[in-house]
Design a protein around this ligand. Structure first.
Ligand code: G1P
Ligand code: ZN
Length: 544
């Protein structure tokens, strides 16, 4: 074991989902080393002073620098006396599979190497996230301590050497046992406990056509194993299934902008019945029907409504549901009709963890194409795809019909999110400061044919452990029930990204185009904020 001197590096504060930076930043000397040593220092503290006998899982989304980072982490884990490190074969482990493996194998935690849906490559993004023993992203109490540690660090410990991460089996680095394992089995076994695979197999054999787009990310091997090997879908049903270090030069983000090829396929005359995609690390999902897009808020609501009937694991019913604050309120209406609670949390999956651990919720989701349940502690893209397949098999309806029936019963939340990427942080902060300054006086202001009823900054107190989070998004409520939310992204790596979320509810008028419905509200809010002058942007970069 060697002790190597180091010094704190500024800016290692985890954001919405771990530490995200440019790949080149992570490749700088001691950058990754400092962060991993700081993480292990905190984990050791929580394990009573020693990591001996403790198990740690390591894997990532296969992006550029994944393999090198794994070797560095192994050396530091060995230097810190971790009992056993499990490494996914080839370093490829989806984020939900990481959560599954930590839980199934009783690990103390896991280190996820991913910048999720951000592009990969030496000039793109990289990320590191620590997941705790419940399988979920470390709560802020832990990430705050990791950050503090990065500001005090003086040394890190390594055992030099390397491990062949492509070869299944066990070896030693110092006193640490290193086990390279195949994660497909753990994950597929969990999916088979939740869903009725024989029923889905029969459904797919009956002429139903699907197309799953892995976006050159980590879900390719998992999707091939589940949809092709286990469910018998024909070979062409899974596309872009080989994980690539740069995701083929694309944004591995499953939405209408970045999954354009799949969207076009589903809009064609020869469209399959069902289309779906996952992001680079496999936690996000996009659900499409023929010429039909399921917005994430609707997807959460439909799954909450129909899972108890359509999916064996949820036959006993749901304890409750949760959504992040900016996510549409469609799930709230389902929860009310089921007589179960609906919790509203800040943005970021880590806030669902305590509710899931305490058994207060069964299903949860975010507007950012994230849906999941109590089976793991991450959002789970392939789980969402299997949930939709189960709903289609159970109801015998098309995606479009399922949606229409849902809206007819509950009304419809028209919903869109505008992203302004890479804007000046100064300009955005000044705009927020101004808006915050006048929140109290906005009530009564006319806006898009209605009036502002009230406006505030969202704060949250965790109902399980009392942890608090302030300034989690500025909310503007209108008298006609519409909502607008503004917040800055906590996952970007360049400048600032402004997100604006628009929601407009109709009980009976359910067949409009979402874009047309939201446009006047969006235009009025942009004018209210003087957005064009302040940020120099006429239009958002991405609308989802
Ligand atoms: C974004 C999403 C958020 C999600 C996170 C990680 O965070 O908005 O819902 O949990 O990515 O996938 P943001 O960049 O908005 O902070
Ligand atoms: Zn992701």
């Amino acid at each position: 074991m060697r002790v190597i001197s180091t010094a704190p590096i500024a800016g290692q504060k985890p954001g919405t989902s771990g530490l995200r930076k440019k790949t080149r930043t992570f490749m700088e000397q001691r950058y990754l080393e400092n962060f991993i040593q700081s993480t292990l220092d905190v984990v050791r503290e929580d394990c009573g002073g020693s990591l001996a006998g403790k198990r740690l899982v390591v894997g990532g989304d296969g992006r550029y620098f994944n393999r090198e980072a794994i070797q560095t982490i192994l050396q530091i884990a060995a230097g810190n006396g971790v009992g056993r490190v499990w490494i996914a074969q080839g370093g490829i482990l989806s984020t939900p599979a990481m959560s599954c493996v930590i839980r199934a194998r009783g690990a103390v935690g896991g280190i996820v190497l991913s910048a999720s849906h951000n592009p990969g490559g030496i000039d793109a993004d990289f990320g590191v996230k620590y997941n705790a023993s419940n399988g979920g992203p470390a709560p802020e109490e832990i990430t705050d301590r990791i950050y503090r540690r990065t500001t005090e660090i003086t040394e890190y410990r390594v055992v030099e050497g390397s491990v062949n991460i492509d070869q299944l089996g066990s070896s030693k680095l110092g006193d640490t046992e290193v086990v390279v394992f195949d994660p497909l089995d753990d994950y597929a076994a969990l999916m088979q406990q939740i869903f009725d695979f024989p029923k889905l197999r029969k459904f797919l054999a009956g002429g139903f056509r699907m197309c799953f787009d892995a976006m050159n990310g980590v879900t390719g091997p998992f999707a091939k194993h589940i949809f092709l090997d286990l469910l018998g879908a024909p070979a062409g049903s899974v596309i872009r299934a080989t994980p690539l270090e740069d995701f083929g030069g694309e944004h591995p983000d499953p939405n209408l902008t970045y999954a354009a090829e799949l969207v076009a396929k589903l809009a064609s005359d020869d469209a399959p019945d069902f289309g779906a995609a996952c992001d680079g690390d496999g936690d996000r999902n996009l659900i499409l029907g023929r010429k039909c897009f399921v917005s994430p808020g609707d997807s959460l609501a439909v799954i909450a409504e129909l899972a108890p009937a359509a999916i064996p694991a949820y036959h006993p019913g749901l304890a409750g549901v949760a959504r992040s604050m900016p996510t549409s309120m469609a799930a709230d209406r389902v929860a009310a009709s089921l007589g179960i609670p609906c919790f509203e949390t800040p943005t970021g999956w880590k806030f669902f963890g305590s509710l899931l651990d305490a058994g207060k919720i069964t299903i949860c989701g975010e507007e950012s194409f994230g849906t999941g349940s109590n089976h793991v502690r991450e959002k789970d893209g392939l789980w969402a795809v299997l949930a939709w397949l189960s709903i289609l098999a159970h109801t015998g309806k098309s995606v479009d019909q399922v949606l229409r029936d849902h809206w007819t019963k509950f009304g419809r939340s028209y919903y869109q999110r505008y992203d302004y990427e890479g804007v000046s942080a100064e300009g955005a902060n000044a705009m927020f400061a101004d808006l915050r300054g006048k929140l109290g006086s906005l009530a009564g202001t006319p806006l898009a044919g209605s009036k502002i009823s009230h406006a505030d900054d969202f704060s949250y107190t965790d109902p399980v452990n009392g942890a608090t989070a302030a300034n989690q998004g500025t909310r503007i409520f209108l008298e006609n029930g519409s909502r607008v939310i503004l917040r800055l992204s906590g996952t970007g790596t360049e400048g600032a990204t402004l997100r604006m979320y628009f929601e407009s509810y109709s009980k009976d008028d359910i067949a409009q185009d979402a874009e047309a419905k939201i446009r006047p509200l969006a235009a009025a809010v942009c004018a209210l904020l003087d957005l064009e002058a302040r940020l120099g942007r006429k239009a958002p970069d991405v609308i989802t």
